[in-house]
Design a protein around this ligand. Structure first.
Ligand code: ZN
Length: 82
């Protein structure tokens, strides 16, 4: 399979935009062509949206943990050296 064929796999059938990832195509379909979606496409959009939301939540949690660790790390360093 060539690069071109692989890219066409994630091409929008309504406006011919191409996406690197299948999930991005599913999100695009839901956002720009909502009224012409098939049941399968609507279901893929819901799944993709849910996956994005989950990833965002995970990212926020990691950022929070990093900040807390950094805060206590600095506090310990301050207590040890001050
Ligand atoms: Zn499109």
């Amino acid at each position: 399979m060539t690069m071109d064929e692989r890219e066409t796999d994630n091409q929008c059938s309504y406006c011919e935009r191409r996406f690197k990832r299948e999930r991005h195509l599913a999100l695009h379909l839901g956002l720009y062509h909502e009224e012409s979606l098939t049941d399968t496409q609507a279901e893929a959009y819901r799944a993709a949206r849910e996956a994005e939301r989950h990833e965002l939540r995970l990212f926020r949690l990691k950022a929070l943990v990093t900040l807390v660790l950094l805060y206590f790390g600095l506090l310990m360093a301050f207590a040890a050296f001050a």
